[in-house]
Design a protein around this ligand. Structure first.
Ligand code: AMP
Length: 365
């Protein structure tokens, strides 16, 4: 059975790695001939994800199509859906590609978010800042990731430079949330409507890029986990979703505010490869193929550290008995995610101490 993946990045690579033991074969579509998933799957290179000729070549003989990044044009997913099942459903792409649509969708379901206003002119920006108060965050509505396309506004003096930097694109202004911490929920829903949830994950970002995830998130009361799962269930059902879905929240006291969602496997879930009964990658494949979902219980405690911009000496990492390294075969470049390390163990304090020691010795930020 051959599964198609739109996108050939590290998420596609790890999906293929999880699918090989299930006897699956993979074909990925990407715009780069050296896409990381190309080592694990047949690679179709297209000029863009919208190129019909490449999409047709990609779809030929596939059982099913899924994706590993959410900026696949909805029209391309719909074009494929006319020939082969596409899961998660293309409406999940549409709901998550635009921050305004996404936050409106959350609010309609009763999932709280930071305050927000659409911004389509300089006057609208001034009005929105007045309404929401400062500080606030101006973001591009589309194609923003890893903190790209964002400016923090602390006072009226920041309006002009932020407007100059981002105008010309559709924008949204959000209240800046002085959160206690950031957490994410990974949910999975099968074709039969069954659901499963991983424990909440605590995430630390620097310069808009995820650096570290701790799972399960320390000091998480059961009520917070239950609240997150309730929000997750609402979103899954509203979208008639199939596959793994990630929702990122800001936590303030016992409140969760949804920041964004990703209709795919997620960087904050990489720890599940060694740290959970079933990895997010295997569970995504089980879901889209209509197989029973696997257990989402953690195996002890895990810390995941992203390798950004440069790759440390492998021997230094693997000298730690609890460390597992995953390298994505990408050319090093500043700000680029090149791999990750997961430390796993039974005692939370020992795993966290080992992770801090490794961050210091490798000078990870
Ligand atoms: P995003 O691209 O929306 O995920 O933003 C990247 C990171 O910027 C988030 O993970 C937060 O650390 C920070 N951030 C984004 N929006 C806000 C906000 N409204 N309030 C506080 N921090 C934010």
């Amino acid at each position: 059975m051959r599964v198609g993946i739109l996108g050939g990045g590290q998420l596609g690579r790890m999906l293929a790695l999880a699918g090989h033991p299930l006897g699956l074969r993979f074909r990925v579509l990407d715009t780069y001939a050296d896409a990381p998933a190309g080592a694990m799957a047949e690679l179709v290179v297209g000029d863009s994800f919208d190129a019909r000729e490449a999409l047709a070549r990609f779809a030929e003989g596939l059982e099913l199509v899924t994706y590993e990044f959410e900026n696949v044009p909805v029209a391309a997913a719909e074009f494929l859906a006319a020939q082969v099942p596409v899961l998660p459903p293309p409406q999940a792409l549409a709901a998550s590609q635009d921050r305004l649509t996404e936050k409106t969708f959350f609010n309609e379901l009763g999932v709280p978010t930071p305050g927000f206003q659409a911004v389509d002119s300089r006057e609208a920006l001034e009005f929105a800042l007045h309404e929401l108060g400062s500080p606030a965050v101006l973001k591009t509505r589309r194609l923003g990731y890893d903190g790209k396309g964002q400016r923090i506004l602390c006072s009226a003096a920041d309006v002009q430079p932020a407007w100059e930097a981002l105008h010309g694109q559709t924008l949204i202004l959000e209240s800046f949330v002085p959160f206690d911490r950031e957490v994410s929920l990974l949910s999975v829903r099968g074709r039969d409507g069954s659901t499963a949830f991983y424990p909440l994950i605590e995430n630390y970002h620097h310069e808009g890029i995820l650096r570290r995830s701790i799972a399960p998130a320390p000091s998480t009361p059961p009520a917070l986990q239950a609240q997150a799962e309730e929000y997750g269930r609402q979103v899954l059902e509203a979208l008639d979703y199939v596959g793994v879905l990630a929702i990122e929240f800001f936590q303030q006291g016992d409140r969760l505010l949804a920041n964004e969602m990703a209709p795919r496997v997620h960087n904050s879930g990489h720890w599940t490869i060694e740290g959970a009964e079933t990895s997010q990658f295997e569970n995504h494949l089980r879901a889209v193929l209509g197989l029973p979902l696997g257990a989402t219980a953690p195996r002890g405690h895990a810390v995941m550290l992203n390798l950004i911009g440069e790759i440390p000496e492998l021997a230094a990492v693997l000298a730690l008995p609890s460390a597992h390294a995953h390298l994505y075969a990408k050319e090093p470049r500043p700000g680029r995610k090149l791999g990750h390390i997961t430390l796993r163990g039974d005692a939370e304090d020992e795993v966290r101490r080992a992770a801090t020691g490794l961050e210091d010795s490798l000078e990870l930020q």
